[in-house]
Design a protein around this ligand. Structure first.
Ligand SMILES: [Zn+2]
Length: 155
């Protein structure tokens, strides 16, 4: 009998990189290619994207990142949808908290930081991998689950 706890993917993990620090595909392990424009993929340019050369998936880059820091691991359609849903659930929580703290930029920043700390505790993972971009589908589902009791249902 296989043990599901051993074969299951971790909820979140550091991005796989080669010895040069270049992003690898999380599915097949190949070196990703960096496209200057996401127009080919999205039909609109949202900036550079890392893409798996054999088509496992892709991921965008942080805005205004000169170093073209990827937003997370290479994601296929299922993971991209899970990440979007996790962001909808989680961002509503910390944004509301930021608003209640005073609604200024620093309040949102503080609320977001505290939110991720709380999330790491809820998921039982280390804070340095507690970013939705580093999560597996299972991790994203857990985010939605732990945020649910606080959902105001306004969306
Ligand atoms: Zn791949």
């Amino acid at each position: 009998m296989m043990d599901a706890t051993i074969t299951a993917q971790p909820l979140a993990e550091k991005l796989p990189r080669d010895s040069d620090g270049w992003l690898l595909c999380s599915y097949c392990g190949m070196r990703t290619e960096l496209l200057d424009s996401s127009e080919d993929i999205y039909g609109k340019d949202y900036g550079p994207v890392y893409r798996c050369p054999i088509g496992c998936g892709w991921v965008g880059c942080h805005k205004d990142s000169a170093k073209r820091k990827p937003l997370g691991r290479i994601a296929n359609l299922e993971l991209r949808r899970a990440k979007q849903a996790a962001h909808v659930a989680f961002d509503a929580l910390w944004k509301r908290k930021g608003y209640l703290l005073g609604g200024r930029r620093q309040h949102y920043r503080e609320a977001r930081r505290n939110g991720y700390r709380w999330l790491a505790g809820q998921l039982g993972i280390s804070e340095d991998v507690c970013h939705i971009g580093m999560m597996s589908v299972e991790g994203c589902h857990r985010v939605i689950e732990v945020c649910k009791p606080y959902d105001r249902g306004w969306r």
